[in-house]
Design a protein around this ligand. Structure first.
Ligand code: AHR
Length: 641
């Protein structure tokens, strides 16, 4: 490659800069775009507890011309008060065949944010989505699936046939539930399909007249990630990011559209059949199968510090009056006790009962999400937030002085904050410029958490331009790691058929997933986080513009030297590195390079690895090293002693 210009970079190994926190590169999980229910949470049945809508959705009656049967939502004898609705199956005549209903998993539907719609037009839209095969209930041959159902009957009940079938009725696996009595009882079966089918149906049917009720109809793959009930491929993509931090459960998801929909952690504990689901601000109902305990467990499994976004009594549209916050504050204190308290404490004992006697060591609690930012869509102004923030912050600190509290806005000078969470969804130019955003940040101010950020405005569905700009921004966070403690890209997941927000880091449907270029940048940066920075100055091109963005640092454990360089330009750039300091020889090195032919290039289901990191060996490093950086590239160079 021809390079008109060579940028010079001088590194002094004996002049280290600032310490880099292990939490600098984190992950933010929010149930948006079906990230949770229908995504990471491996439940395969949509509307399993019949609470999703006031009409029967995601379930379709089996049509048999001669049958006389009704399928109705019924609230006469609830399974429990959290899940009051069940499905009443009343069969007068089977018409010589069978009568029942089927579920096709999480076939997509453009979501509404306004609430659970029941209009005829929406019903038609939903029915159309159910005919879309692209995101069906997918089963693999050679894999077992755990089916469970709660059922009860009026008097003598017919047996309930349970089958996995193709759309044309070919049976892939079958089981039979017998002994259904007058009281609710849980029944379980293992279904093992003989062949793969990406667009299957789970059919519940009877072949004799009778009346029965079913609720909590569930189908999970037997093998889930670490046996935690999580989809293996999606959880593994998170694990591969090596996040130092896991922020949960949202985002706007945690606030709720209105207070009645707020995520209340106590409603997300214990038996999933007892958990009240809630309307998710992103346009569907969440089961809360992913609950507080599951998030803490996920953080532990990922080796990440949990960061709990606590509700500050402010939903997007309505707030708890400032003098009535006590139960909401107590909720947060109880959450901390659940996570960290001894097994002899009220909430710690519940954690132990859930199978985790050891504390989870929750250190970070964020007081609200995006509250006080004065957004047009809600969430409150600074004046709304400050008194509520103060009330929570003072009580948390009084009860748990070691908890690091995080504010949504710069509360100083009115109230202290350990850390302030800043969110940025801007265009790529903003992010390139923001590589220096914190170079002059007043170090007397609170530490920073970049809790949500992504190039949004010119990112397509996640293109190379966005990835480069975010990488440039991250070099700035790394260089200023004395001020910036943590960061997390947002959002993490999208199922395009349920998409409310783009771009996202990981794209999935029922069988596939891939990372956007931004996802790869996250992995490259988190997997190569230094413990201490080496000061660098940004090399300018001959035209005076900043085409290259750089950060450098050392690992304390191995002594590895790590350099990250972004070339945002259309031309290759030559980088000459001079290394001064005591240790000048690094015998082994690895280069990880992410590049694209065009900044607008993206990955897709058809070409999931079009833009993916290429790994190569580096020559022995001495006092000097030169490298040509390809156009539109993000490069990590790592040398070991
Ligand atoms: O990440 C998507 C959304 O952006 C989050 O839910 C919210 O906090 C922000 O406005």
């Amino acid at each position: 490659m021809n390079c008109a210009f060579a940028a010079e970079l001088a590194l002094s190994l004996d002049k280290p800069g600032v310490a880099v926190s292990p939490t600098l590169y984190g992950a933010f999980f929010e149930d948006i775009n079906r990230a949770g229910d229908g995504g990471l949470y491996a439940e395969m049945v949509q509307n399993r507890s019949f609470e999703d809508n006031s009409q029967l959705i995601a379930w379709t009656p089996l049509t048999n011309a001669n049958a006389v049967a009704t399928f109705e939502l019924d609230r006469s004898t609830p399974l429990n008060s959290s899940n009051p609705t069940s499905l009443k199956i009343h069969v007068e005549k089977t018409g010589g065949g069978r009568a029942g209903v089927f579920n096709q998993g999480f076939k997509g539907l453009p979501a509404t944010i306004k609430g659970p719609e029941t209009s005829a037009a929406w019903q038609e839209k939903f029915a159309a989505a159910q005919r879309n095969p692209a995101n069906g209930l997918a089963v693999e041959s050679g894999t077992a699936y755990r089916f469970s159902v709660y059922a009860r009957a009026e008097s003598s009940a017919p047996a309930l046939d349970v089958s996995l079938e193709t759309q044309s009725g070919e049976v892939l696996a079958r089981g039979r539930v017998t002994g259904i009595g007058k009281e609710w009882k849980k029944f379980e079966l293992l279904l093992e399909p003989g062949k793969r089918e990406v667009d299957a149906r789970l059919v519940l049917s009877v072949d004799a007249p009778g009346t029965l009720w079913v609720d909590m109809v569930s189908l999970f793959p037997r093998d889930t990630w670490k046996n935690r009930g999580l989809r293996s491929d999606l959880a593994q993509m998170m694990a591969d990011m090596k996040p130092g931090l896991l922020r949960f459960p949202g985002g706007s998801f945690s606030e709720g559209h209105i207070l009645a929909d707020a995520w209340r952690w106590k409603e997300t504990l214990g038996d999933v059949a007892e958990r009240r689901g809630s309307w998710n601000i992103w346009g569907y109902r969440s089961t809360n199968g992913l609950g507080f305990h599951e998030y803490l467990q996920l953080a532990e499994d990922l080796g990440a510090e949990p960061l709990y976004v606590a509700h500050v009594g402010m939903a997007e549209k309505d707030f708890v009056p400032a003098d009535q916050l006590e139960p909401w504050i107590q909720d947060v204190l109880d959450a901390i006790e659940y996570a960290n308290g001894p097994v002899t404490s009220r909430w710690g004992s519940l954690r132990a009962k859930q199978g985790h006697p050891a504390p989870f060591n929750l250190k970070y609690v964020e007081i609200g999400n995006e509250n006080g930012m004065g957004y047009s869509w809600g969430g409150g102004t600074r004046a709304d937030y400050l008194p509520r923030y103060k009330a929570f912050q003072e009580r948390i600190k009084a009860a748990h002085p070691d908890i690091i509290t995080i504010a949504n806005i710069h509360t100083e000078p009115n109230a202290p904050a350990d850390v302030v969470d800043e969110h940025y969804y801007e265009d790529s130019n903003w992010f390139f410029k923001a590589a220096t955003l914190y170079d002059h940040y007043d170090r007397a101010k609170p530490k920073l958490y970049l809790g949500e950020y992504a190039v949004k405005k010119d990112a397509g569905h996640g293109n190379m331009l966005a990835a480069m700009a975010e990488a440039a921004f991250l070099t700035g966070l790394e260089r200023n790691a004395d001020a910036v403690l943590m960061s997390s890209y947002a959002p993490l997941f999208t199922n395009p058929q349920w998409e409310k927000w783009k771009p996202d880091a990981i794209v999935f449907d029922s069988t596939r997933c891939y990372g956007t270029p931004s996802y790869h940048v996250q992995r490259m940066f988190a997997g190569n986080r230094p413990d201490v920075t080496l000061p660098v100055s940004l090399p300018k091109s001959d035209k005076g513009d900043t085409m290259l963005f750089v950060s450098a640092g050392l690992r304390k454990d191995t002594g590895d030297l790590i350099l990250k360089v972004i070339n945002r330009g259309a031309a290759p750039e030559n980088l000459n590195i001079t290394i001064a300091g005591p240790i000048r020889k690094y015998p082994r090195g690895t280069c990880i390079e992410l590049s694209a032919e065009s900044p607008t290039d993206e990955n897709s289901f058809a070409q999931p690895n079009k833009i993916s990191p290429k790994i190569s060996a580096l020559p022995v490093l001495g006092a000097k090293y030169s490298r040509v950086l390809p156009p539109y590239s993000v490069t990590v160079l790592r040398w070991s002693k």
